[in-house]
Design a protein around this ligand. Structure first.
Ligand code: ATP
Ligand code: MG
Length: 376
């Protein structure tokens, strides 16, 4: 099986009211660069372990410096691509043509034998996950203004992918690790369209899903129905993560196990959202705005995908151009039985179906079989 075109999802319907916002960061399209293996080997000092800056489900990432001095992130893909050289480069060219201030810039790629390598602009401040969850030293740099900038920037980047680009793109893997930060903490959504480059390698799909649980919209994880609203769900979780400074799924002795969306919903109902805001901010944040962001997060993770706002609307709510008070917040969709998310036609555990709290969704097709139904 192959990852089908469904990884870059096409919609034909005309869309709505976002255009001004998400187009603000538009840049002119580039030409894709074809790097030689030697060039990248030199840039990374022979893919030296010391130069390695991360490892994800797709492979290892190295920091490199090209001969002209440009700093780059070199992603060496581990899962074998079944695409030929020309097809691979064409795919990269398509991804490089997607340019927006809040989307990571893919500079080009390299094919050498079975090696497939992607070259991205290097982001000095790593990822939101690194800054937020990588210790107090990092986290203090994320004052409220920076957090606001990150949340709004991600919303704009996603609104661009969802509502401005033709055909539209559903990211499918929005999470703190995929939001990179440049020297000014401008957020760059990364890894959109990446899955399209691979054959159906269950291991790498499993790795990625494992790192992503908690961000997955339940209806998508269970039944494979993929829409832009699946991304909106993930964005809602991310938003709450940035404002609260808490990981999506966590266990600690004091608070027990928590799922952030569930936790936020409970605190909302108890009128205690203020207490969810990151204590590292030491009270230095505008209360009304921070609570508004949490409420937008809750609207984005509602169980019924139809009730979740489109990204442009979420953006306007965050900016208070649309009053969030006009919307009733219904309970979040929660995957209660994470082991049962289906991957590559197989369950991640031995049981047969996943369950979602607050929804009647039942398992009908596999999430990872790349036959996700597009319903929007
Ligand atoms: N352009 C970049 N600039 C700087 N660091 C980067 C860049 N791209 C990736 N990284 C670093 O490398 C790490 C691994 O990235 P990668 O995208 O391979 O995996 P991931 O995002 O953690 O998970 P996933 O495979 O699900 O996307 C990131 O978490 C980040 O720390
Ligand atoms: Mg990534």
């Amino acid at each position: 099986m192959k990852f089908s075109l469904s990884f870059l999802v096409c919609f034909s319907s005309a869309h709505e009211d976002n255009v001004d916002y998400s187009k603000q960061g538009l840049q002119s399209p580039p030409n894709v660069h074809h790097y030689s293996y030697k060039e990248l080997k030199d840039a990374t000092q022979g893919f030296r372990p010391l130069n390695k800056i991360g490892e994800g489900g797709f492979g290892s990432v190295y920091k490199g410096r090209l001969q002209d001095g440009t700093l780059v992130a070199v992603k060496v893909l581990s899962a074998e691509s079944n695409q030929g050289e020309r097809e691979f480069m064409a795919e990269i060219a398509a991804m490089s043509n997607v340019r927006h201030e809040n989307l990571a810039t893919l500079l080009g790629g390299c094919v050498d034998g079975s090696n497939r390598i992607l070259v991205y602009e290097y982001m000095e401040n790593n990822s939101v996950a690194h800054m937020l969850l990588g210790g107090e030293h990092n986290r203090v740099m994320l004052n409220w203004d920076v957090r606001r900038k990150i949340c709004l920037g991600v919303a704009r980047g996603l609104a661009y992918l969802h509502e401005v680009l033709r055909p539209h793109i559903v990211h499918r893997d929005v999470k703190a690790r995929n939001i990179l930060l440049d020297a000014d903490f401008t957020p760059k959504v990364s890894d959109f369209g990446l899955s399209k480059l691979f054959s159906d390698d269950v291991t790498h799909v499993t790795t990625r899903v494992a790192g992503t649980l908690g961000y997955l919209a339940p209806e998508y994880a269970i039944s494979g129905r993929l829409t832009r609203k699946s991304d909106v769900y993930s964005f809602g979780v991310l938003l709450m993560e940035i404002v609260s400074g808490r990981p999506v799924v966590d266990f600690n002795l004091e608070h027990g196990e928590h799922n952030l969306a569930d936790k936020a919903w409970g605190m909302y109902q108890a009128n205690e959202l203020l207490q969810l805001i990151d204590p590292s901010l030491k009270g230095e944040f505008p209360e009304e705005e921070a609570i508004r962001f949490l409420k937008v997060g809750l609207l984005c993770v509602q169980d019924d995908p139809k009730l979740r706002p489109h990204m442009s609307k979420a953006y306007k709510m965050m900016c208070n151009e649309i009053d969030v008070k006009n919307f009733e917040i219904s309970p979040p969709g929660l995957l209660m039985d994470l082991d049962n998310v289906k991957v590559g036609g197989k369950n991640t555990s031995n049981t047969s179906s996943g369950t979602s709290k607050g929804s009647t969704a039942t398992s009908s097709s596999s999430w990872g079989s790349h036959s996700a139904t597009l319903i929007e």
